[in-house]
Design a protein around this ligand. Structure first.
Ligand code: ZN
Ligand code: ZN
Ligand code: ZN
Length: 378
């Protein structure tokens, strides 16, 4: 098991736990049961990675104490968590004991239990058997209320992640050239993601030529050719656990296809218009609609085949989603990507992606590399 020690101010964590209790109650849940993962890290500053042995933070809505149920052999991994300051009690169990009984006893009388979105089904069903009278619901809607509204330290962490990935994009010309494969270029980029200040590499997409028309293409052995347009979408997480995610578009020599400049200009305008639409009080879907309209007006609507963006923080993809149908009203502290794309099947594609934060009066971008098509030596 790898456990990440807490680096977050215990007072901040304690306040998050209190807010989680209040949010659980507001959602009609008597308790939260949170598995290792980003929700656990958010609440106690550290997380492990157990699977078949139950580890879970049990947070009763009506108590000031939370209980971290953890296998005895994995308890040392949580030594960095300031349990006393957080009012968290450790309850260990050993192989042969029934951890579900242990949780059921802690939750005696709870009618509705909100289980974390990533609690393995194995444990969800184990808990259900141990507590047949309780109704289980997802804790995701509770936790997202908190995690969507980022505090100053979280925004600072996103800025640091954004600056680090900007430095990687600034260096892509060192590695991206004709005659190399996407995988070779991707390996160099991955090394730079770490070298420029991330603790992990989360993803590296190098979509060259026709591969750029597949938004979630990752890497292949395709040899990059002169004239290729190349989509580079990269991200990692910092030591604090916060993620970067930024896309820029490169051309190896002058682009082969005659329609690139005009189409790319439409994409640039769409990205700019969507970012300009971001401010407190507008809906998530209005930000999506703003840029999408620009692309549709230029006749490329059918080639923009995904939502405009996703929230980002301790997870690369989290709430709020910037998508048609999401009438969530944006508030200061919300952070998400704005990443429209235009994908010409079988030919080439392009996407421009920055992470933005809603401020008191408007918007701040944590990515600041220029948006122009970067034409590299062919
Ligand atoms: Zn994506
Ligand atoms: Zn991305
Ligand atoms: Zn993204």
């Amino acid at each position: 098991m790898s456990t990440i020690a807490a680096s977050v101010d215990p007072d901040l964590l304690r306040a998050r736990l209190d807010r989680a209790r209040a949010a659980a109650a507001a959602h009609g849940a008597d308790a939260l049961v949170i598995a290792p993962g980003s929700d656990l890290r958010y609440l106690i500053g550290g997380t492990g990675s157990s699977f078949e042995r139950l580890t879970a933070l049990v947070v009763p809505a009506g108590s000031t104490e939370a209980v971290l149920v953890v296998p005895k052999l994995e308890a040392p991994g949580y030594a960095g968590v300031p349990v006393d300051a957080l009012g968290v009690r450790l309850a260990t169990w050993v192989d042969g004991e029934d951890p579900y009984r242990l949780v059921a006893d802690l939750l005696d009388g709870a009618g509705t239990v909100a289980v974390g979105d990533v609690l393995p089904a194995l444990h969800v069903l184990g808990l259900r058997d141990a507590q047949p009278g309780a109704t289980q619901v997802l804790a995701g809607p509770v936790l997202r209320e908190l995690r969507m509204r980022k505090d100053a330290a979280e925004i600072e962490a996103l800025r640091a992640a954004g600056a680090a990935i900007d430095r990687v994009h600034a260096r892509v010309g060192e590695w991206l050239r004709a005659g190399r494969t996407e995988a070779e270029v991707g390996a160099d980029i991955a090394a730079a993601i770490l070298a420029e200040g991330h603790a992990t590499v989360e993803f590296v997409i190098v979509g060259s030529g026709p591969n750029g028309a597949s938004p979630h293409h990752d890497l292949s052995d395709r040899v990059i050719e002169s004239g290729d347009v190349v989509v580079v979408d990269i991200g990692g997480s910092t030591a604090e656990g916060y993620n970067s995610d930024s896309t820029r578009v490169y051309s190896v020599g002058e682009p082969r296809d005659a329609d690139v400049a005009e189409t790319y200009a439409v994409l640039q305008a769409a990205q700019r218009v969507s970012v300009a639409a971001v401010r407190p009080g507008v809906t998530a879907e209005s930000v999506d609609a703003a840029g999408r309209q620009v692309i549709a007006d230029a006749g490329f609507g059918e080639y923009f085949i995904h939502r405009t963006g996703h929230g980002i923080g301790l997870d690369v993809h989290e709430h709020p989603y910037i998508v048609a149908g999401n009438d969530l009203v944006l508030e200061p502290g919300m952070a998400f990507s704005v990443e429209p794309g235009i994908y010409q099947p079988g030919r080439w594609g392009a996407r421009i992606e920055d992470i933005v934060v809603v401020t008191e009066t408007g918007v701040e971008s944590v990515n600041n590399q220029p948006h122009e098509l970067v034409v590299l030596p062919g």
